[in-house]
Design a protein. Structure first.
Ligand code: ADP
Ligand code: MG
Length: 427
């Protein structure tokens, strides 16, 4: 009886530790979502402004090349041609744009790991999740191994994305930790995706590290089994992977040779619909997600007449950046309050497009949209919601219901301009 009691106590202690860890991960996820959201607003106006500056300088540069006698034709004290100076400024801005783009990708990765408390499943592209995980683990990997991707075309799997990311991240970090530091050129972590004969998706994480002794192979998925030093490993990583993967109806397998390396394979059923969350075609009723935009060329045309655009966002620097981008082509009105916007429309003002923040302190974009239904239904159809992405339950449900366009912050100038064009054209 004493032995049974000891075993029960041990099991209870393990469960408690797992719960504590799960709780901690959930709060880290919430924090990450909040941080990502806060960064998206300023990043949106950094990107929008830098894009606008790049376009203007590029056109100045073209003009100064065209006419040497114009205002830009004067020679400078240092004897450099003015156009070469403009080109330098341009390249500084392009570097800044590149930096902002990297921040945007980091924030996107953070997003993949947030929402840990949200259990909902949907079709997930495992390759995109693997890429995010590699970014997140790069500090662990860099000094130990090269990353090789062998991605076959695979259908999406039905999963909860943050949870799946947790699985892959655990496997990738374990792979890195099995490889000593310093010989990155000679070591490899290979990530692979393929389809098996049964149509399931197989994700492989292979390393050229220490490998696992045969007698340890049967225990590595046990909670608290670790071969790592005190403080370096809790021994929960693979146990968590195992429980997540089996909950998804999948399996996790391992193959290893001591001294040569290990391969972990996660087998997951493909999503039943076979449809990735591809951007919906215009007009099919689903919210349209725009982020990666069309090229600048189309947006440079000045031919179209100026349209009236209303911008509603409680972040004044963002409304200014948007107005700055649209102004040369369109006539913009900016306001920080949806209530004020509603008053303008009630007073009879009409707009060709309305860019509206989803979450605002006083009146939200959702309430604004609802009020428009009675006040001016034709204006309601011109609304594009702007959002930093950290959705509340209410906003998620709302976006699923309504047939409104959505622009994710941060967006670039080209995406903004082409979406405005699309709304203006949808008469
Ligand atoms: N890729 C790998 N190569 C060698 N050993 C591994 C690998 N992945 C896991 N292991 C072994 O499995 C054990 C348990 O892993 P895990 O559950 O992630 O816990 P932790 O990493 O905290 O030790 C590790 O301590 C290690 O001995
Ligand atoms: Mg681990």
């Amino acid at each position: 009886r004493a032995a049974r009691e000891a075993a029960a106590r041990h099991a209870l202690a393990q469960t408690q530790a797992r719960l504590v860890l799960a709780g901690r991960m959930a709060s880290v996820g919430t924090l990450a979502a909040g941080v990502a959201h806060e960064i998206n607003n300023p990043l949106a106006f950094v990107i929008t402004n830098v894009d606008a500056a790049i376009r203007r300088i590029a056109s100045l540069d073209r003009r100064s090349n065209a006419s040497r006698s114009g205002p830009w034709g004067r020679a400078h004290g240092d004897g450099r041609a003015p156009s070469s100076e403009l080109s330098e400024v341009l390249s500084l801005l392009e570097d800044a744009r590149e930096g902002a783009e990297r921040v945007r990708l980091i924030v996107r990765d953070l997003h993949t790991f947030s929402r840990a408390e949200d259990d909902r499943r949907g079709p997930v592209d495992v390759r995109r999740v693997l890429d995010s995980c590699v970014h997140m683990a790069m500090n662990e990997i860099r000094h130990r191994a090269r990353v090789v991707r062998s991605f076959d075309e695979v259908p999406p799997v039905e999963a909860n994305e943050p949870r799946l990311a947790q699985v892959f991240l655990n496997l990738i970090v374990n792979a890195a930790q099995a490889i000593p530091e310093g010989l990155a050129e000679q070591n490899e972590i290979e990530l692979s995706t393929r389809c098996d004969a049964a149509g399931q998706v197989v994700v492989g994480v292979r390393d050229t590290g220490a490998g696992i002794a045969p007698e340890a192979l049967g225990r590595i998925f046990d909670p608290f089994y670790t071969s790592k030093e005190e403080g370096e490993g809790l021994g929960l990583g693979l146990a968590i992977c195992h429980s997540i993967v089996t909950a998804l109806g999948g399996q996790i397998e391992v193959e290893s040779r001591p001294g040569e390396g290990s391969t972990f394979r996660v087998v997951l059923p493909a999503a039943r619909t076979g449809e990735a969350r591809a951007p919906a075609a215009p007009g099919d009723g689903a919210p349209r997600w725009s982020r990666e935009g069309g090229g600048l060329a189309a947006t440079e045309q000045q031919a179209a007449p100026r349209q009236r655009i209303l911008i509603i966002d409680d972040e004044p620097l963002l409304t200014r950046a948007i107005a700055g981008t649209l102004e040369p082509r369109h006539q913009t009105t900016a306001t920080a309050s949806a209530r004020d916007a509603l008053a303008r429309i009630r007073a009879g003002e009409r707009y060709d497009a309305i860019l509206c923040d989803l979450m605002m302190p006083d009146m939200t974009g959702m309430d604004f949209y609802a009020s428009l239904a009675e006040l001016a239904p034709e204006q309601q159809r011109r609304v594009v919601f702007l959002t930093g992405g950290a959705f509340t339950e209410r906003s998620k449900a709302f976006l699923q219901q309504v047939d409104a366009r959505l622009l994710l912050k941060p967006f670039d100038a080209a995406t903004l301009l082409s979406l405005v064009d699309e709304v203006v054209a949808s008469r």
